[in-house]
Design a protein around this ligand. Sequence first.
Ligand SMILES: NC(=O)c1ccc[n+]([C@@H]2O[C@H](COP(=O)([O-])OP(=O)(O)OC[C@H]3O[C@@H](n4cnc5c(N)ncnc54)[C@H](OP(=O)(O)O)[C@@H]3O)[C@@H](O)[C@H]2O)c1
Length: 333
Amino acid sequence: MAYTPAINRYNRVPRNWFRRCGKSGLLLPAVSFGLWHNFGNHADDSEAEQLCFTAFDLGITHFDLANNYGPPPGSAEKRFRKILKQLPRDELIISTKAGYGMGPGPYADWGSRKYLLSSLDASLKRMKVDYVDIFYHHRPDPQTPLDETLGALDTAVKQGKALYAGISNYTGEQTQQAVQAVENKDYTRLLIHQVCYNMLSQGPQTDLFPHTEDAGMGVICFCPLAQGLLTDRYLSEPLPKDSRAADPKGFLKPDQVTTDLRRKIHQLNDHARQRGQTLAEMALAWALNDKRVTSVLIGASKVDQIKQNVKVLENPQFSEDELTKLNAILTES
Ligand SMILES: NC(=O)c1ccc[n+]([C@@H]2O[C@H](COP(=O)([O-])OP(=O)(O)OC[C@H]3O[C@@H](n4cnc5c(N)ncnc54)[C@H](OP(=O)(O)O)[C@@H]3O)[C@@H](O)[C@H]2O)c1
């Protein structure tokens, strides 16, 4: 059925929903949506569409992709092309990335100029767009000179194929080096860093965020729900049949749902209930509580998950006592 975006989509978003991305002009929604899982060739057309349309109607203007999202690689971008036909391009922030293995041969992995620029062209073709809003280098490449990789991002922006440049999975030190290299070469500044950050992976707080803040870069956190571990999905056994951990194609493996983790998730869930939230809402609020974070980048397999997750700003505050209590749960052995 044809989709028409909800007329009131911007009136019903909470106050402070759009957050400034570092020291830039770009505003991102507090919750963004990623197409890593559930958009490959095996996905159901109508379910995939409904996920994106629901997100957009709820004020999620940012959709994140990568050349290799599928399976097979490239299929999420191809699917998004069909979905995009029904969405207003000027109201969207679309990102894609290159940096992981995409195909055979020596020019389809890591961070060479050859790979990044040809991959971006292929992404634009797959999505049938003239430009993406953000083009990321997906992971640091220890073999390629940083100047070459960052020079490729700069070229992408100068060619008008990307509006902004970003990096992902760089450590704090690597980020500092990248920012310095960009300054030295007078390349397009790095807008944003995409990093794994959640209650179970807090490292970026001390390793990365001081550097992104110094550089005026925004931060978008991927896997803010630890692929579903920080939700009510895995509170009891067995693994839900329709969950990522039970899906052989999923990146969350059954052995990651340990007894010890389950015990912690129960305690976190109890605490979330006391706050009048679901565990998912609390986990997202926790990540957004650090003001250096611009947006949390969620995935979803069901429309209701998105509806629940956008409620995050209904109770975003944590007291110091609460944060201490939550950390005690997370660190106790
Ligand atoms: N730059 C990088 O290297 C990198 C790496 C990974 C991801 N990413 C980006 O980050 C995006 C998000 O990653 P992610 O999908 O792992 O994020 P996530 O939000 O941590 O996990 C999403 C999964 O959590 C479950 N979920 C979500 N909301 C829920 C709710 N309210 N209640 C119960 N379960 C809920 C669903 O699992 P079920 O499927 O089990 O229902 C969903 O598929 C990706 O799409 C991609 O764009 C980037």
